[in-house]
Design a protein around this ligand. Structure first.
Ligand code: NAD
Length: 519
């Protein structure tokens, strides 16, 4: 039996006629303020990863529908960019209120379609909500600069103006947070937007779009299209799209960055990761094993900031038993179950990929003292579950180290010194996040200076910056110049216009005779 959709979610779905009641509802498109059923003949099933139940069907947006969405965004732009900034901010104030009011429905949908636990799903919505809160105060970020008297009677000042139509391409793993990294900042800056949610879990993005309309976004300011490669290609090729924000895998990100740039678009691409923990011998045992367990296995390892590799300076011996004990205490089951700590992976393909990478590690010489393959979850036998897994004696040449596993697997390496550990991390192609566990201030200070990674936690396992900073992945984890949200996010969605004025004549006149006074 199908889990009924919530009232908010229903508004973004087309239910099938009663005769076809066994069919799941269709996900709508949002074009020019209207939620519409797609005319496509090509549909993708959106499934619950804990059960394989089909929860909805997602359309591969037709070219005509796609063009209509971009046209709506283009048509809405002139009026929206003229809309006073305080009005745009007030829409964000209203949106943050509506997200709070609908938090439970949003989180339930994230769990239904993505699989994570309800607590993680609330976190997913909440971290996105914080970007909306940031957008509520974005007026000061839109300020330009001025230098008076660049020449006699002349001033130069810069304005930050919106780009036009921007687009966002989202991954499956944070279905609420990532859309909220993008469109609130873009539209508050005066742009209009075309959003493409992940084809695997579009529900939260649709509910957020519905709330954004209710909050007062005018027609056409936010549009939602669906699909996979073809829709992405349409975004990259459309001459009226000025900028593209992408979050997802390396493979897609490199392609999107290159093709988008070739077509003259501004592109920011957040990509994959292999986030390391470096554990020094003096680190607190309980706090560190707890942090590693949560960061490696929480959300089934499907976080771009998950710790997926740990380098134990001085050896793993002190830590292994404690890690295994904690990992064994995690309850693997469907995300909506009260006891759930670790939910399913997003798809059967993801599950077999994770299992294959565990097997390849063992084949290449790693030990597997905790093996989560083959786990059977009572009541959810068809779910895509893999239990927490520890691979030890891992070396940097192994495939399980080089690849992003994106599952509940912690690969463990060992080093004799912190410098050796830093070299391992810096030689990895990704540079998203890293965490150091220690009680030593000098060691921490040296580490933060020498490490070639964009987000650093000192005794903080998942150092995702709050939205007044930006999400600053480096090297293979990011292509582009301006990161997402925070000041850099505002800069990405705006361009400076620099104005030089000459009021010399008028100035002279004012000196002689006040304007408006008859002599
Ligand atoms: P994905 O790359 O498979 O999909 C992301 C988006 O790109 C989707 O909308 C999809 O339709 C589209 N897409 C996929 N392949 C494409 C292709 N070949 N051509 C054009 N479009 C394509 O990523 P995913 O599996 O949904 O998400 C997981 C990945 O995202 C992981 O690698 C994770 O590390 C990464 N991620 C990174 C961050 C970050 O901020 N760095 C945040 C979250 C997730």
């Amino acid at each position: 039996t199908r889990i009924p959709h919530s009232p908010l979610r229903q508004r973004t779905l087309v239910s099938q006629p009663e005769a076809a009641v066994s069919h799941p509802p269709n996900v709508k498109l949002l074009i020019n303020g209207e939620f519409r059923d797609s005319q496509t003949g090509d549909w993708i099933d959106v499934t619950n990863p804990a059960t394989q139940e089909v929860v909805s069907r997602l359309p591969q947006t037709t070219p005509a529908e796609f063009n209509a969405a971009v046209q709506a965004a283009k048509d809405a732009f002139p009026a929206w960019r003229r809309t006073p900034v305080p009005h745009r901010l007030r829409v964000m104030f209203k949106l943050q209120q509506l997200i709070r009011e609908n938090m439970d429905e949003l989180a339930a949908n994230v769990t239904l379609e993505q699989g994570k636990t309800l607590a993680d799903a609330r976190g997913d919505v909440f971290r996105g909500l914080e970007v909306v809160e940031y957008a509520c105060g974005m007026g000061s970020q839109l300020m330009g600069e001025i230098v008076e008297n660049v020449s006699s009677g002349m001033d130069t000042y810069s304005l930050r103006q919106p780009l036009g139509v921007c687009a966002g391409i989202c991954p499956f793993n944070f279905p609420a947070m990532i859309p909220l990294w993008m469109f609130p900042v873009a539209v508050t800056a005066g742009n209009t937007f075309v959003l493409k949610p992940s084809e695997k879990d579009p529900g939260a993005a649709m509910m957020l779009a519905e709330l954004a309309m209710e909050a007062g976004l005018p027609r056409g300011v936010l549009n939602v299209v669906h699909g996979t490669h073809n829709t992405v290609n349409n975004i990259l090729e459309h001459p009226d799209i000025a900028a593209v924000s992408f979050v997802g895998s390396d493979q897609a990100g490199r392609y999107i960055y290159q093709r988008g740039c070739e077509n003259g678009k501004r592109v920011q691409a957040n990509m994959g990761a292999k986030n390391h923990a470096v554990v020094l011998p003096d680190a607190n045992f309980e706090a560190t094993t707890a942090a590693l367990t949560g960061a490696a296995f929480g959300a089934a390892g499907q976080r771009c900031m998950a710790i997926s590799a740990a380098v134990f300076v001085g050896g793993l011996d002190r830590w292994q038993a404690g890690l295994i004990e904690r990992a064994k205490g995690l309850h693997v089951t469907a995300g909506h179950e009260a006891k759930a700590d670790v939910g399913p992976l997003i798809s059967k393909e993801a599950k077999s990929r994770v299992e294959r990478l565990i097997a390849s590690g063992i084949k290449e010489g790693a030990d597997c003292p905790l093996d989560g393959r083959g786990i059977v979850v009572p009541g959810y036998e068809r779910g895509n579950f893999v239990g927490p897994t520890l691979l030890t004696k891992v070396k940097p040449y192994m495939e399980c180290y080089k690849e992003e596993i994106f599952g509940p697997v912690l690969v463990c390496l060992e080093a004799e010194t912190m410098d050796e550990a830093i070299n391992i991390v810096n030689a990895n192609s990704h540079g998203n996040g890293v965490a150091l566990f220690t009680r030593s201030g000098p060691a921490a200070r040296k580490f933060q200076h020498d490490i070639d990674v964009g987000m650093v936690g000192i005794n903080v396992p998942i150092p995702v910056p709050l939205p007044f900073f930006s999400f600053t992945g480096w090297r293979g984890s990011f292509h582009g110049d301006l990161h997402m949200y925070g000041k850099a996010g505002v800069q990405f969605y705006t361009q400076p216009k620099t104005v030089t004025t000459n009021w010399k004549d008028a100035d002279d006149q004012v000196g002689k005779r006040a304007p408006g006074l008859d002599s």
